[in-house]
Design a protein around this ligand. Structure first.
Ligand SMILES: Nc1ncnc2c1ncn2[C@@H]1O[C@H](COP(=O)(O)OP(=O)(O)OP(=O)(O)O)[C@@H](O)[C@H]1O
Ligand SMILES: [Mg+2]
Length: 276
């Protein structure tokens, strides 16, 4: 019998975590546009299940769950950090200080300092930007499709690298860095770019803005590890590559968790047990 569930109601996705009766961690998600569906799923669980609830749209889900008695609200960032700590341990990592960058609909950046944490930065560039720009520029709006097409694209005729500007001459900084995301388009507007190339470049833009900001935070706070989480990374190898490569290039250590979208839900679940 399931004793407890953790729910993170995000701007785009509602993530749910629970332990099955043989103590396996089970993770599922629903679109947040249909909270009735989420509520129906919860009601189908046994009646007195304990619920740990977090996320920006938690209050909205609460309205659907009015009659539920065992409901406990957690501050989103506390739940997320609790989940990240659990996942780091589970994945075999062993460090106590890190930058945590949560790439949800938007992106929020936290400093984790030996179990203390504070929000230090954020940007509106996030998973919503990936979906929105991809839709506007290519008409493709399904996340999985965007990821798949972008994996087959090349950024070289859309972006402009530092080495493109210096045209074979010695560059003052790493020539392989992006000088201008989408910067090649304005200079060669007659070139037709494929959907694949455009989507790869959108992933590049999103990944580079987020990693640049995260790296600056890591440098300012003097920490080595940057843990990137959020469903935007789920099955999204091209974005993980952009972020991973850029972070390593700047001498910081990127960490991707195995269940990257579920930290908040896991943290909310753990609050119902006495596990750290
Ligand atoms: N099945 C999916 N449907 C829609 N978006 C998806 C899906 N899988 C992954 N994504 C990506 O994940 C992003 C949402 O990530 P996440 O679930 O971490 O955010 P959220 O918690 O809903 O938002 P926030 O934390 O900003 O309130 C989407 O913007 C999209 O880029
Ligand atoms: Mg979220």
């Amino acid at each position: 019998m399931v004793q407890a569930i953790g729910i993170d109601v995000g701007g785009t996705l509602t993530k749910i975590a629970y332990f099955t009766k043989d103590q396996q961690l089970k993770l599922i998600h629903f679109p947040s546009v249909n909270l009735q569906e989420v509520s129906d799923w919860i009601v189908s669980m046994k009646e007195d299940v304990q619920i740990g609830l977090t996320g920006g749209r938690a209050e909205q889900l609460k309205m659907f769950l009015r009659s539920h008695e065992n409901l406990h609200y957690l501050v989103e960032f506390d739940a997320t950090v609790a989940g990240v700590n659990y996942q780091l341990k589970k994945d075999g990592h062993n460090f106590s200080d890190a930058i945590i960058t949560n790439i949800g609909t938007g992106t929020s950046i936290h400093l984790l300092n030996a179990n203390q944490h504070k929000r230090i930065a954020g940007t509106g560039i996030g998973g919503g930007t990936l979906l929105g720009m991809s839709t506007l520029m290519t008409g493709i709006h399904q996340f999985d499709e965007i990821v798949q097409h972008s994996a087959n694209g090349r950024r070289s005729e859309v972006d402009m690298l530092v080495s493109d500007i210096y045209f074979g001459n010695k560059t003052p900084i790493d020539g392989g860095l992006t000088a201008s995301n989408f910067g090649d388009v304005g200079l060669t507007p007659h070139l037709v770019r494929s959907k694949e190339d455009i989507l790869a470049t959108v992933q590049g833009l999103v990944g580079e803005v987020i990693s640049t900001l995260s790296i600056q935070c890591a440098v300012a706070e003097n920490v080595e590890h940057i843990v990137y989480i959020g469903s935007t990374l789920s099955g999204n190898e091209p974005l993980q590559n952009v972020i991973g490569n850029y972070t390593s290039r700047k001498s910081r250590t990127p960490i991707f968790l195995s269940d990257n979208g579920y930290s908040g839900a896991i943290g909310a679940l753990l609050s119902k047990y006495d596990v750290n």
